[in-house]
Design a protein around this ligand. Structure first.
Ligand code: HEM
Length: 361
């Protein structure tokens, strides 16, 4: 099959994996920017659907209504953060250390779609649809760590039922995962007080930037959430951990270091499109600034290599050379991301779920 045809087939498969399964969900096909190896193909599909790419820029999220130590202050569940930390630590012990990467990504994928409302965790919604975010193209067969969040929620519910939201648990778990993977170099306080939402739609995962994104795509997708291009550069450092499937980078091996590309080529030929490789060839299990040293010949995605652009290269170089600066910036950016679209009072469409994968009935 020719390259454009293969790209079209892949994009259609990705899109079809999203909204098709629903019973009562939204009908719009998402416009997935940067998820096709060929930008022209995805742009064409977006045009055909009459969709724009990302919504207009928003002001930076204020997180009004959230506070550090939220569950201590109200006296409602003082052990909440400790219980989440224990659940994360025990679930990601030894050989399961890599699961921490999944927890960090879960928080990002929650934040960028309907804000931090744990919509990414739902299997079925108030609209009765099952084509939830989990089944959206960027998430299906990719997100991991749901069982860790479930274990944390179970522990917290046992201690203080109906008090701690799944959205807060996600934010705490991502913080704890960052602490573990950075070998305790990244630590930040998490303002809490989020409520959980009751809706989730696969097509809305088109708000997530794809691996083929250009700097302009990244700028637009982050601006649509009230985040800056500098935040995108800082948060992309999370690609110094975790895994990526061959299908997202196999078409750009020629842009990489030849020796590295040859190894990846052999691995992907043997394993196939769904085979997963480490994102950081040097220190794959450590959340550190190695990502910036890998740009641009040793990173996997076009969206990673795009950060060598004139708009972002100074920040990349500063992160690659600095000691401790990126780690501090990363914590700050995670806090900012955790403020996107939060619901901070109960009411229609907002609740504290009993089980993170289900709305309360
Ligand atoms: C800047 C735009 C971004 C793009 C285009 C992007 C894209 C991707 C893609 C395509 C994968 C591999 C998925 C697969 O093969 O199944 C991935 C993995 C990952 N991403 Fe991103 N990402 C971006 C930003 C972020 C941010 C902001 C974070 C967190 C703060 C993040 C954290 C991760 C992690 C930890 C993994 C590995 C997950 C695992 O091993 O389970 N990414 N990303």
């Amino acid at each position: 099959m020719s390259k454009p045809a293969a790209a079209l087939v892949m994009l259609l498969a990705l899109v079809a994996a999203g909204p098709a399964a629903g019973d009562g969900g939204s009908t719009r096909l998402g416009c997935f920017v940067g998820w096709s190896p060929l930008k022209t193909v995805s742009s064409l599909l977006c045009l055909l659907q009459g969709s724009s790419t990302f919504p207009s820029p928003k002001p930076a999220p204020t997180g009004q209504g959230l506070s550090v130590g939220y569950y201590n202050k109200s006296g409602s569940c003082p052990k909440a953060e400790q219980l989440v930390r224990e659940a994360v630590t025990s679930a990601t012990n030894g050989a399961n250390r890599g699961l921490n990467a999944g927890l960090i990504r879960l928080h990002f994928h929650d934040a960028f779609v309907r804000g931090c409302d744990a919509s990414v965790l739902l299997d079925k919604t108030a609209s009765n649809n099952t084509d939830t975010e989990k089944t959206g193209p960027p998430n299906k067969d990719s997100l991991r760590g749901f069982e860790v969040i479930d274990a944390a929620k179970a522990a917290v519910e046992k201690e203080c039922p109906g008090i701690v939201s799944c959205a807060d648990i996600l934010a705490f778990a991502a913080r704890d995962a960052s602490y573990i993977l950075s070998n305790e170099k990244i630590y930040y306080e998490v303002p809490a007080g989020r409520y959980d939402g009751r809706e989730s739609f696969a097509d809305e995962t088109d708000q997530l930037p794809g691996p083929g994104s250009s700097v302009q795509d990244l700028k637009k997708s982050f601006a649509a959430q009230g985040l800056s291009l500098a935040d995108a550069v800082t948060l992309s450092g999370a690609h110094s951990i975790g895994l990526a499937r061959c299908l997202f980078f196999k078409d750009r091996l020629s842009a990489m270091d030849p020796g590295y590309a040859a190894t990846l080529n052999a691995t992907c030929n043997a394993g196939g499109d769904s085979y997963k490789v480490n994102q950081d060839y040097k220190s794959p299990d450590v959340l550190d600034n190695q990502y910036y040293k890998n740009i641009d010949k040793f990173v996997l995605f076009a969206s990673d290599a795009a950060l060598k652009s004139s708009e972002t290269i100074d920040q990349v170089n500063a992160n690659a050379g600095g000691y401790g600066k990126w780690e501090k910036d990363f914590g700050d950016a995670m806090v900012k991301m955790g403020k996107i679209g939060v619901i901070t009072s109960p009411g229609y469409g907002a609740e504290i779920r009993k089980v993170c994968s289900q709305i309360n009935y």
